[in-house]
Design a protein around this ligand. Structure first.
Ligand code: ADP
Ligand code: MG
Length: 577
């Protein structure tokens, strides 16, 4: 075949292949145009999951009648003019590809009016050939309409799923945009039936109400607000409590300069921020907003702009992971505390009505907010400490404690483990742990792999106060031990720690590896369940927990304590009904 330049329509359809995968992509592109036009109200209507009809109306600045045809041309955009602009894009669009692409694979029309124009102008495109611009009526703003998506691209049409599935994708696309732009109101309807309606939110309380509507009350009930700026970066948003993490979470959203992105670096930074408090394999929920100078990020890395590239990825990664970790460090017991954890024995209806509105806020997001504030406020000591006073031990596993508003049930091993872990980390950060040498070294028989792990981690172990050497293929001598744990079964502790280190292999990075060693030591040094504690010992543990960062979860992210309030107990006994 001879070489030839492709016809314009085919070029547009090829370009459409990159940006327009399904109805949801059309919704995304049209809604992004509306947002770029400064719209404050977006109305989105679909039929047949968006295949039959997509209509997006906005109250943005509109398009001049004289420019309407140009908006449909390939590579025509009002958003950038130079490579300089491209290097610091502040708008969602900039490629000038969406409208011609959509118009080439649907029956498309565009009606628009600027605020100072006496009337609106409309243009229709059917199969790639734009008609003539004609006057019409429309309020200031723009309405774009795409019908019969892919009617002329059978190959694409074949890949569309059922209307219900496509509608679900549309919904998700609108949800993501609504999360990205809290100040804009969104209404989504299918066949005239409202599916999602959220008003623009001006302040944090309104944002939270909106988040609850978009992501569900459950997310908010366990969320922690975060806001942190440094080095020209600002991170804000909501972190799901570690104890509310799930094995799968669809609620992981990162918004960069008003654009929802699926970015590996940010996802990894968030995960690292949670690493110390998350049960293995569980996924936290979060909505995070990162703002930075547009010049610091390249948004031209993906046709649908779902991915981006940071100029200084290392800086962004450490900023995000540290901000998240710091915010989560505030999860320590307070008078309000974490409330019943997942799988709690409190009846589910209990959370819905909290009679005492004058007292500490209920477990709403607002509660979570005040809760962090309370944790750091140097207020006069409350009459009863947050975790109250120990009453008894249950089955040598749980500590029961009377609190100001009810009962606290503490998993003593999990709680002690966290307390020790945080103490070890603080000590390790301050320098090598003080240690004492043993008159008679303790010899320990281990597996060969464990002996190797001992050698490999010898330096780190010494920093934590454990000095050892290998005296046989499977024999270790422990020569010095931490001053802080003189009376523990150190042989058993070390053997357990080495077993875990050997199992985990050698792939950990140094610092993560260090935390692992500390966590392992903490787990083995913590009181085992089945040990009987005296009341003073129990109270000492409670007071330690109140002083310890992240004390609401053990090192594996399991909750360390749950709270049962008097109203919840009353409800169990049908009191006051
Ligand atoms: P891009 O968004 O990358 O600029 P598009 O093909 O999506 O390219 O849109 C082309 C141009 O049409 C935009 O640059 C903008 O000037 C104009 N436009 C599109 N939709 C709207 C709208 N809803 N309101 C105002 N202007 C719009
Ligand atoms: Mg666009």
């Amino acid at each position: 075949m001879p070489i030839r330049v492709l016809p314009a329509l085919l070029i547009d359809q090829i370009a459409a292949g990159e940006v327009i995968e399904r109805p949801a992509s059309v919704v995304k592109e049209l809604a992004e145009n509306a947002l770029d036009a400064g719209a404050t109200h977006l109305e989105i209507e679909v039929e047949g999951g968006g295949v039959d009809l997509i209509r997006v109306s906005d109250d943005g600045h509109g398009i001049e009648g004289s420019e309407l045809a140009r908006a449909l041309e390939r590579h025509a955009t009002s958003k950038i003019t130079s490579a300089d602009d491209l290097a610091r894009v502040a708008s969602l669009g900039f490629r000038g590809e969406a409208l011609p692409s959509i118009a080439s694979v649907s029956r498309f029309s565009l009606i628009s009016r600027t605020s100072d124009a006496p009337q609106a102008a409309a243009i229709e495109v059917d199969g790639g050939a734009p008609g003539t611009v004609r006057p019409t009526t429309h309020r200031p703003g723009t309405t774009a309409e795409a019908r019969d998506l892919f009617y002329n691209v059978p190959a694409r049409r074949k890949f569309l799923r059922s209307a219900a599935t496509e509608l679900a994708h549309v919904r998700r696309a609108v949800l993501r945009l609504a999360l990205a732009r809290p100040e804009v109101s969104f209404a989504l309807a299918s066949h005239g039936r409202a599916l999602m309606t959220v008003a623009g939110a001006g302040d944090r309380a309104a944002c939270e109400a909106r988040l609850a509507a978009l992501l569900g009350e459950d997310f908010l009930a366990h969320a922690l607000y975060l806001e942190h700026s440094a080095s020209g970066l600002k991170l804000s948003g909501w972190l799901g409590a570690p104890t509310a993490a799930q094995s799968q979470s669809e609620h992981q959203y990162t918004v960069v300069n008003g654009r929802v992105v699926r970015d590996r670096l940010l996802a990894s930074a968030a995960r690292q921020g949670y690493h110390d408090v998350l049960f293995h394999g569980l996924q936290p929920a979060y909505v995070l907003y990162l703002e930075l100078d547009p010049g610091q990020v390249d948004v031209n890395a993906h046709p649908a702009k779902l991915e981006l590239r940071f100029r200084d990825g290392g800086l962004v990664h450490s900023f995000v992971s540290r901000s998240v970790a710091q915010a989560l460090a505030a999860t320590r017991p307070t008078a309000i505390g974490p409330g019943p954890a997942r799988g709690s024995f409190v009846p589910t209806a209990a959370a819905a009505t909290e009679p005492d509105r004058s007292g500490p806020p209920p477990r709403s997001l607002a509660g979570a907010l005040d809760w962090t504030v309370l944790a750091s406020r140097p207020s006069p000591a409350p009459p009863v400490p947050p975790l109250g006073y120990a009453l008894a031990q249950l089955h040598a596993t749980y500590v029961l404690s009377e609190t100001a508003d009810g009962l606290a049930v503490v998993d003593m091993h999990a709680a002690h483990e966290r307390v020790i872990y945080e103490r070890l980390k603080a000590e390790a950060a301050a320098g090598p742990v003080p240690r004492q040498s043993l008159l008679v070294p303790i010899t320990i028989e281990v597996e060969e792999a464990e002996a190797e792990a001992a050698l490999e981690h010898a330096e780190a172990l010494a920093d934590f106060g454990l000095v050892l050497n290998r005296i046989g293929p499977s024999t270790i001598a422990l020569r010095e031990v931490p001053v802080a744990f003189p009376d523990r079964d150190l042989g058993g502790l070390l053997r357990g720690a080495l077993r875990e280190l050997a199992e985990r292999g050698h792939t950990e990075r140094i610092s993560a590896g260090t935390d692992r060693i500390l966590a392992t030591l903490a787990c083995h040094a913590a009181v085992r369940s089945q040990r009987v504690l005296t009341v003073p010992e129990m109270n000492a543990l409670l007071r330690e927990m109140e002083r310890t960062d992240r004390a609401d979860q053990c090192n594996h992210g399991r909750p360390t304590w749950v709270r049962v309030t008097m109203p919840e107990l009353d409800r169990l006994f049908l009191r006051g009904r």
